[in-house]
Design a protein around this ligand. Structure first.
Ligand code: SF4
Length: 115
């Protein structure tokens, strides 16, 4: 899994993630948000390393958040046809490793509303 927190993508006005490739350090997004005087999570998605048992979502065997995310997305839109986004961390992504391409369909909708 990823070793350092990275700048994964930008949040579009439509509330989707536009992935940034190649990977950039998280500091790039943090610095841009500071200059805009806005919370970083309102404009950017960051991805940190998986900490397994040190995370409340860890089930003991896999990431419960990724599992819930995919299940919830499937309930809402059915089985998605996935056009895999160009994502810089796919090789190291736990959600993708455990849930497959369905994780990517749901992932693009994961944003934090900081209002
Ligand atoms: S779920 Fe897919 S799009 Fe999201 S971070 Fe993992 S590989 Fe990238």
């Amino acid at each position: 899994m990823a070793n350092a927190t990275v700048f994964l993508g930008m949040i579009t006005p439509a509330g989707r993630v536009a992935y940034v490739t190649p990977a950039l350090p998280a500091e790039v997004a943090i610095s841009a948000a500071a200059q805009a005087d806005a919370p970083v999570q309102a404009q950017y998605r960051l991805a940190g390393p998986c900490v397994t048992s040190r995370c409340g979502f860890w089930t003991g065997e896999h990431c419960g958040l990724g599992e819930r995310l995919v299940a919830s997305y499937a309930e809402t839109v059915g089985d998605p046809e996935v056009d895999l986004p160009r994502c810089a961390i796919r090789r190291n992504c736990r959600w993708f490793a455990e849930q497959g391409p369905a994780a990517c369909a749901a992932c693009a909708h994961v944003v934090t509303d900081a209002r």
